[in-house]
Ligand binder design. Structure first.
Ligand code: CU
Length: 147
């Protein structure tokens, strides 16, 4: 590949990154595809995303916060004798060189007490805190479904 073409390819990939993760692209962790289910009134809303760990060591997601919601907790939906329940977690580990999906019926972030009603198709900024001290700011879309 010609040098300038390679340079263009790098610039293009960098310019796409800020849509999902605003942090340094060389960071250990990346957050992508973040969306939060839009709910009527002040009903708690679940947030979903993918976490990718570029390092060889396991890194934990230890907390999430945003000015858009009064609280944000790490949850996992578990099924116990056909009964679905949500369990609160202190942290979620992402093994080295792997991707972990937060998705419906599994890991999610429970957002509660919206500061103001959130319009469908709007976005909010969410801070993700990791055990290696890293903080990633991701833009999360408010949507009715993940599609
Ligand atoms: Cu939950």
């Amino acid at each position: 590949m010609h040098k300038s073409a390679l340079y263009t390819a790098i610039v293009l990939s960098l310019s796409i990154t800020p849509l999902t993760a605003l942090s340094d692209t060389q960071s250990a962790m990346t957050v992508d595809g973040c969306w939060i289910r839009s709910m009527p009134g002040n009903t708690p809303s679940a947030g979903y995303f993918g976490l990718h760990n570029r390092t060889d060591q396991s890194v934990d997601l230890v907390g999430v916060d945003t000015t858009a919601f009064g609280s944000a907790m790490l949850h996992q939906t578990q099924t116990d004798n056909d009964v679905k329940k949500m369990v609160m977690l202190d942290k979620v580990s992402v093994p080295g060189r792997s991707t972990l999906s937060f998705a419906p019926n599994g890991y999610h972030v429970m957002f509660e007490n919206a500061e103001k009603p959130l319009d469908n198709d709007s976005t909010v900024f969410v801070n993700f805190h990791f055990s290696d001290g890293e903080k990633i700011v991701a833009r999360c879309a408010i949507k009715k479904t993940g599609k």
